[in-house]
Design a protein around this ligand. Structure first.
Ligand code: NAD
Ligand code: LMR
Length: 342
């Protein structure tokens, strides 16, 4: 076990999404909400990245202990803790990627939209600080309802005059992680080979896995498509119910968010072959925000990939049509909230 997590033998290198660069680099990453259920395991996974030189952990409480604990791992990055709003600006200065899992999670019986009243203000105030202190950073929004919190973040950045739509991302990676897992299980495929694009948004029917675009090419019965789609759409609720009031997905979310951070760092580092699905400003549909595959580069989104939306099955086309009104309403709710606050 000696050196199991040392950079040169790092086990994450065996997972394709965590490919190591030939040379370690030096990027600064901040997690806002770092003492929480997602924040802690996410901090651990990011601490294992050889691309990170400095990991800034911010929360309103309990972050000192998390940072002290993590700082004993013998991986290269330095861990620094920041507590409370008076330390937020310092946390953000010089940061390349900001990840925001701050906010409350669901309990059984709640929708993600039920979190809006609490989380909208949290995201708004944190993104204001990002705009003031690291306006060029990639911003990863995890806090729910993602369908609304990303439009809120965009409005805040616009109000501050620093909005770069290529650098604002709603993190939907967990939907892809789940789709890949469930499809591999159902069809007896090697997990490592499976890639299912998931488009739309991140709540209920707005989560639309495009099973017809599964790689490797795989055929599904109508029944399988229905069952898998519904399972992927309800997977968050599956975890919320299993946790019985103790919160929502944290470990799988941290895994998914770490993959998205690592992809962003690889893109910043000049890797020309980085693609991820995420919820971004988009012209693919009539909606101003939409999740799809994008190509990431040094300056953020280099291209929004439209080809996945070509040649949809009848089931997928109908599901896409059906999700539009709900996603539109969630986007408008976020925009209205942010504009009312000015
Ligand atoms: P949690 O309650 O365990 O942790 C949230 C953390 O945020 C806490 O440590 C809390 O102190 C902190 N926080 C609250 N207000 C803050 C503020 N103003 N500034 C900084 N930190 C603040 O919750 P969790 O399980 O980590 O979930 C966090 C959020 O992520 C929830 O909104 C949840 O719905 C969402 N989530 C999203 C996805 C996704 O796929 N995008 C998946 C899972 C969970
Ligand atoms: C998830 O998909 O697990 C998250 O959005 C959390 C939730 O409330 O379901």
């Amino acid at each position: 076990l000696k050196n199991a997590f040392a950079p040169k033998t790092q086990k994450l290198s065996q997972i394709p999404s965590f490919r190591l660069s030939p040379q370690a680099s030096s990027y600064n990453v901040a997690i806002l909400g770092a003492a929480g259920g997602i924040g802690q395991p996410l901090a651990l996974l990011i601490k294992m990245s050889p691309l990170v030189s400095s990991l800034h952990l911010y929360d309103i409480a309990n972050v000192k202990g998390v940072a002290a604990d993590l700082s004993h791992c013998n991986t290269p990055s330095q861990v620094i803790d920041f507590t409370g709003t008076s330390e937020l600006a310092n946390c953000l200065k010089g940061v390349d990627v900001v990840v925001i899992p701050a906010g409350v999670p669901r309990k059984p019986g709640m929708t993600r939209d039920d979190l809006f009243n609490t989380n909208a203000s949290i995201v708004k105030s944190l993104v204001e600080a990002v705009a003031d202190n690291c306006p060029s950073a990639f911003i990863h929004i995890i806090s729910n309802p993602v369908n609304s919190t990303v439009p809120i973040a965009a409005e805040v950045l616009k109000q501050k005059g620093v909005y770069d739509p290529k650098k604002l991302f709603g993190v939907t990676t967990l939907d892809i992680v789940r789709a890949n897992t469930f499809v591999a299980q159902k069809k007896n495929l090697r997990l490592i080979d499976v890639d299912v694009p998931v488009i739309g948004g991140h709540a209920g029917i707005t989560i639309l896995p495009l099973l017809s675009k599964t790689k490797p090419s795989t055929s599904f019965t109508e029944q399988e498509v229905k069952e898998l789609t519904v399972r992927i759409q309800n997977a968050g609720t599956e975890v919320v119910e299993a946790k019985s009031g103790a919160g929502s997905a944290t470990l799988s979310m941290a895994y998914a968010a770490a993959r998205f951070v690592e992809s962003s760092l690889r893109a910043l580092d000049g890797d020309g072959d980085v693609y991820e699905c995420c919820y971004v400003e988009s012209e693919l549909t009539e909606l101003p925000f939409f999740a799809s595959r994008v190509k990431l580069g040094r300056k953020g989104i280099e291209a929004v990939i439209s080809s996945d939306l070509h040649g949809l099955t009848e089931y997928e086309a109908k599901a896409l049509e059906a999700l539009i009104p709900e996603l539109k309403a969630s986007i408008e709710k976020g925009v209205t909230f942010a504009q009312k606050q000015t």
